[in-house]
Structures are given as C-alpha cells and as structure tokens.
Design a protein around this ligand. Structure first.
Ligand code: FPP
Length: 250
C-alpha cells in the first residue's frame, strides 16, 4: 500500500478549517463493479483496497483525524467461503505488508468488531498492529471487520447490565456518554460524515448508535471507482449543510 500524497491543492476546494473530525465509509459495490467486468467478486474487493488507500491518503493529506471503513459485516458470513476467506486474506495482508507504512505515516490502526469466528492468527495480527500503532497521532484508521451496529449496541448493553448487577454502577449512572464508552468505538468521536457508494441509500446496520447526528453523502459510483476528488466533493457537500444537532440554526 502506498499512500501517495496528492499534489492537488485541496484548500482551493474545501475549507480545511471546517473538516469533519470523523468520516465513516460504507465501501459498497465491489461485487457489482467486478461483475460488470466479467471478473470474480474478489477482484472487486482487491480493487476496493486501492480505493481505500486513496481515501486514507486523502484523509492524511487534508487532516481528517478519524476515518472508519466497513470491510466485513457480521452478515457477510453468509457469503461463499471463497469470498469470506478472500476478505480475511485482504485484512491479513493489510496487517502485515502495509503495517510498516501505516506506522511510518503516523496512523493508529484499530480493528473494530467481534473477534468471534476470526482465525487465531488473525486476532494475533490485529493485536500486534494495534499495539505497534497505539501512540500514533495523525490519523486513527478504524477498520470495521466482523462488525454490525446492533451487535455493538447489544454488547454495550450487556456490559452495562453486568456492572449494574455487580453493583459497580446504578441505573442513574446510565447516560449517553456512559453508553458510548461501552461501545466498540469508545474514545472515538461519532462520525460527522458518512459516505456510502453504489447508489444504495440505507445504513444497513452500520454504526447506528454513533451515526445519530451524522450527515450522509450517497454516491452512485461503485467503491473501486472512488477517488480523492469524490472524497473532496463529499466534503464540499458536508460543508454546505448546516448542522444544528436538533437546535435552531443560527
Ligand atoms: C460491499 O460491497 C463491500 C464489502 C462487503 C467488503 C469491502 C472490503 C473492501 C473494500 C476491502 C478492504 C478491506 C480491508 C480489510 C482493508 P459488495 O461486495 O457487497 O458489493 P455488491 O453489493 O456490489 O455485491
């Protein structure tokens, strides 16, 4: 993975002082992209990694501090074995071949999701990558793998219920902040902007707790065709919208 720096002057198109702190991406349409070219679905995912690399490079370039990318949903276990093992191989490669570059570029890597069902060696690689990059500051990259929003909410609820049962906290202690701190994204600000490609307009059980006030940008193109300019245009849309968090706009 080479995270090329772009020579484009993004500041001419977007206000670099009003950037979303956290952008979440649903990288959709890899399968359709491959099918259109008569190629196996996995080829679409492999090209999807290249598009993700562009998105990471762009985030570094303009100074977005948190980027999330949904690489494997818990529902994806229902896919053919070859596709599942191919996606696991892509993650393994990212955590081995690309790790040094992430570290050099000051990227903190987090793999968010359930570890249930993941191969032991992959869990070891995840732990090693997270540990190596834990003090990096420029960009926190969250790869959602074996992740879905409802499981995240259920697991947080169980942890809180357990603490009530053991007397560590009381019912009155349950606040939004406390709940957030028990989700898989604890310590990470909620996404300000969510981008989904492939023309599909839904959240599909992604970060449902976290995306309450998130602005959504839906793009027609499939994920492997996503470019830095598409990211920039999504930021322009984000900067045009007036976010009021339920209050009256100024
Ligand atoms: C959805 O498109 C995409 C996925 C389920 C996987 C996304 C994974 C990548 C882009 C690879 C990056 C992964 C890592 C670990 C760095 P789809 O296949 O459902 O598309 P379709 O709706 O056209 O079939």
């Amino acid at each position: 993975m080479t995270l090329d720096l772009q020579s484009t002057n993004w500041a001419a198109q977007i206000n670099l002082k009003n950037l979303p702190q956290h952008v979440a991406i649903i990288m959709d349409g890899n399968g359709r992209w491959a099918r259109k070219r008569g190629m196996p679905r996995l080829f679409g995912h492999q090209r999807g990694v290249e598009a993700l690399k562009k998105a990471i490079g762009f985030a570094l370039d303009v100074g977005i501090p948190y980027l999330s990318a949904w690489a494997f949903s818990t529902a994806n276990w229902r896919r053919p074995e070859t596709e599942i093992s191919g996606l696991i191989t892509i993650l393994r490669r990212t955590l081995s071949k690309d790790l040094a570059e992430f570290h050099d570029r000051d990227i903190q890597l987090k793999v968010i999701g359930s570890k249930v069902g993941l191969p032991d060696d992959l869990i070891t690689m995840i732990n090693r990558a997270e540990d190596l990059t834990k003090d990096n500051k420029k960009l926190t990259l969250l790869i959602n793998f074996n992740y879905d929003g409802r499981t995240d909410i259920l697991e947080a609820t169980k942890k809180i219920a357990q603490k009530i049962k053991s007397g560590d906290i009381s019912l009155e202690d349950i606040t939004e902040d406390l709940f957030s701190s028990h989700t898989m994204t604890t310590g990470i600000p909620d996404p300000d902007l969510l981008i989904r490609t492939s023309g599909v307009v839904r959240l599909s059980n992604y970060m449902m707790w976290q995306c309450t006030f998130t602005e959504f940008v839906f793009l027609e193109k499939n994920w492997p065709d996503f470019t830095e300019q598409d990211f920039c245009t999504a930021l322009q849309d984000f900067q045009k919208c007036g976010r009021n968090f339920g209050q009256i706009s100024a």
